[in-house]
Design a protein around this ligand. Structure first.
Ligand SMILES: CC(C)(COP(=O)(O)OP(=O)(O)OC[C@H]1O[C@@H](n2cnc3c(N)ncnc32)[C@H](O)[C@@H]1OP(=O)(O)O)[C@@H](O)C(=O)NCCC(=O)NCCS
Length: 195
């Protein structure tokens, strides 16, 4: 799916530049695509989306907002070479007083799984959270069977904080949930060591 503007260029609104990806402002013209990803049985499996999301509900999400300090900030993940949106990433439950937020990600286009997309996009999100928003800590919760997701967390230096036993009900089974966190000082140390 692509939007073409009058100059024949693809319409999107890059906010953060990465090597292969951009994190863009969510685009109401892509509501259909976002709804498709939210309802996809494989994509939503471990993402706790157990109620169908209608297209109307998805569109309504663009109506709210306007407040400066939001509880939720989300991006569209844009694939630069293929010139298309492939997923969503963001920060939820932002606690501005204590300086933490919950990080989440969906690569809605399954053809892009296993190609380092989540790793690159999450790195961009982490830099944004710590260096622009001045948050101090990111959380992430991942079903134990969602190996792709917790591999990304471990690769980026998230530390296991605990295991919540039988926290999620997926496909008729209770699954344990791994809870991870990343502190700003650990992220900066890690980045400095790599330079
Ligand atoms: C989970 C998800 C974000 C991963 O995205 P991705 O772009 O495929 O992730 P990456 O390619 O950056 O990294 C995945 C890593 O997990 C590893 N991995 C994935 N499945 C694996 C498996 N079954 N066994 C071992 N390793 C596995 C990959 O090898 C890769 O590690 P590597 O780069 O060291 O090889 C993506 O599958 C997704 O959006 N799923 C649906 C929504 C979802 O579950 N979101 C997370 C909710 S917590």
């Amino acid at each position: 799916m692509q939007d073409i503007n009058n100059e024949g260029q693809t319409n999107h609104f890059p906010f953060i530049q990465g090597e292969n990806l951009e994190l863009c402002a969510p685009n109401s013209k892509h509501a259909e695509l976002y709804a498709k990803w939210k309802n996809d049985p494989i994509v939503r499996r471990y993402a706790r989306n157990v109620i169908p999301r209608t297209l109307d509900e998805q569109k309504k999400r663009f109506e709210s907002g306007g407040e400066k300090f939001k509880e939720h900030i989300s991006f569209e993940i844009w694939h630069k070479k293929d010139k298309k949106p492939i997923g969503r990433i963001g920060l939820g439950w932002i606690d501005w007083v204590n300086g933490w937020a919950n990080a989440y990600i969906w690569i809605g286009e399954k053809d892009y799984w296993g190609k380092n997309v989540a790793t690159e996009a999450t790195k961009l999100l982490i830099d944004y959270a710590f260096n622009e928003l001045n948050l101090n800590k990111l959380h992430g919760g991942v079903a134990i069977e969602n190996i792709g997701s917790w591999s990304v967390a471990e690769k980026l230096g998230f530390v296991l904080e605990g295991i919540e036993r039988e926290e999620m009900y997926v496909d008729g089974k209770y699954l344990d949930n791994k809870t991870f966190c990343l502190l700003k000082e650990d992220w900066l140390k890690r980045k400095n060591n790599k330079n």
